[in-house]
Design a protein around this ligand. Structure first.
Ligand code: RFL
Ligand code: PHB
Length: 390
């Protein structure tokens, strides 16, 4: 049987960053991942890093490429009623901003750093199961390289995302789940085109929400609100462009640059939290414990915040102080619920709801107007968007 201090299930941002942070504290870990290295490095997901996430990656030696290739954005545009309004982050948050740098690039940087430091990541494991969670030596069993393997640990970190196996391994009597599914999805595309905007555009329109983001000077990332059970085949390129043009048009004649669409996908919109994020010696982090709708760009950042708290707590444990580990769930959940609220608020303010009355629509516009004309309200948005230090 193999042994390690911390067995980590899942090589997403949470698992990889946790393994990296533990290594810097001299704590040994093994990461097991069901997909291949190639797959995890190619999955298109988040794009926005909060200031605190940027600082953490830079301070721990995995931020070199991000600093070179990422784009620092000082604000976002809120677009509604045919007009754009800029929210300036530094002036509203004491100099803080965000970085647009794709999640799969963060993954590549973390995998490279772990492997260069001799870290163990086992890819393409099958049938992972965790047990003996309430003992002092919890175990992970899985198939890898043709054989059944067992990994004995001091602790297990459940970093296996929303559909993973660790959260359901907690007995249902000890966990409480909170969730909300939104009555719409996001249709996301990647396009070969120059940027149409210097900063992200979040657009409210009576035909539904739209978002303009970026990946590089040559590749743009765009989203539009769609039906929750929509299918990619319902969206030929011509329909996508038509909707984007309508939802994003301004009175000043702003132009959206079109190009070849080379990736299409649909994202479900959900809020979810499990409490507590611990059972015995199993600790959950990232999407395994909580989901936010992407409107606030918080998912990846929350995963980073969780593992920052967890790695510190584990380091304290190995230096003889068990207290931070005991309060891990409580500490992490305070930030998580704030991000849940922010993501729900942005989602509610910017999307079109099926059952929405004309009254509700006017309320959304009144709130948006308030955000772009009141410094206090704009500050609330900016502060939450850039996030607090980790
Ligand atoms: P992940 O990234 O889902 O990683 C979990 C890993 O665990 C593996 N796994 C298993 N491994 C072994 N055995 C098993 N039984 C396993 N089951 C699963 C999986 O293969 C996977 O590699 O979770 P993690 O690390 O918690 O990270 C969370 C983030 O990925 C997620 O919150 C963000 O991507 C959310 N999100 C965004 N977050 C932001 O902060 N800013 C954004 O701009 C942003 N945009 C987005 C997003 C998510 C999106 N999608 C597709 C859901 C945009 C999109 C489109
Ligand atoms: C992205 O670039 O993928 C992105 C940006 C902002 C969001 C969500 C996703 O709120």
């Amino acid at each position: 049987m193999r042994r390690t201090q911390v067995g980590i299930v899942g090589a997403g941002p949470a698992g990889l960053l946790l393994s990296h942070l533990l290594h810097l504290d001299g704590i040994d870990s093994v990461v097991i991942e069901s997909r291949s290295r190639q797959e995890i490095e190619a999955t298109i997901r988040a794009g926005v890093l909060e200031q605190g996430t940027v600082d953490l990656l830079a301070q721990t030696g995995v931020g070199e490429r991000m600093k070179r290739e990422g784009f620092r954005h000082q604000g976002i545009h809120l677009r509604f009623g045919g007009r754009s309004h800029r929210i300036d982050f530094p002036s509203l948050t004491g100099g803080r901003a965000i970085m647009v740098y794709a999640q799969h690039e963060v993954i590549k940087d973390l995998v490279a750093a772990r492997l260069a430091a001799g870290g163990q990541i086992l890819f393409e494991v099958k049938d992972a199961a965790v047990y003996d969670l309430d003992s002092a030596s919890p175990k992970i069993r899985f198939h890898h390289g043709g054989g059944l393997q067992e990994l004995e640990c001091d602790f297990i970190a459940g970093c296996d995302g929303f559909h993973g196996i660790t959260r359901p391994s907690m007995p249902s009597r000890v966990r409480r789940e909170f969730s909300r599914v939104y009555p719409f999805g996001w249709f996301g595309i990647l396009v070969e085109a120059p940027p149409s905007t210097d900063e992200l555009i979040y657009a409210h329109h009576e035909r539904g929400f739209a978002l303009v983001s970026t990946r590089s000077p040559q590749i743009q990332r765009l989203y539009l609100q769609c039906e929750p059970d929509d299918e990619v085949k319902n969206w030929p390129d011509s329909r996508i462009w038509e909707e984007l043009h309508v939802r994003l048009q301004t009175a000043e004649g702003w132009k959206l640059a079109e190009g070849r669409i080379f990736q299409k996908g649909i994202i479900a919109m959900r809020s979810f939290v499990v409490e507590p994020m611990r059972y015995g010696r199993l600790f959950l982090a990232g999407d395994a414990a909580h989901i936010v709708p992407p409107t606030g760009a918080k998912g990846l950042n929350l995963a980073a915040a969780d593992v920052r708290v967890l790695s510190r707590a584990l380091a304290a444990f190995y230096s003889g102080n068990e207290e931070p580990l005991k309060t891990y769930s409580e500490t992490a959940l305070r930030r998580i619920w704030r991000a849940e609220h922010f993501s729900w608020w942005m989602t509610s303010m910017l999307h079109r709801f099926h059952d929405e009355s004309a009254f509700h629509h006017r309320l959304q516009l009144a709130e948006l107007d308030y955000v772009v004309t009141s410094r206090a309200k704009a500050q609330t948005l900016a502060e939450s968007y850039v996030g607090s230090p980790l």
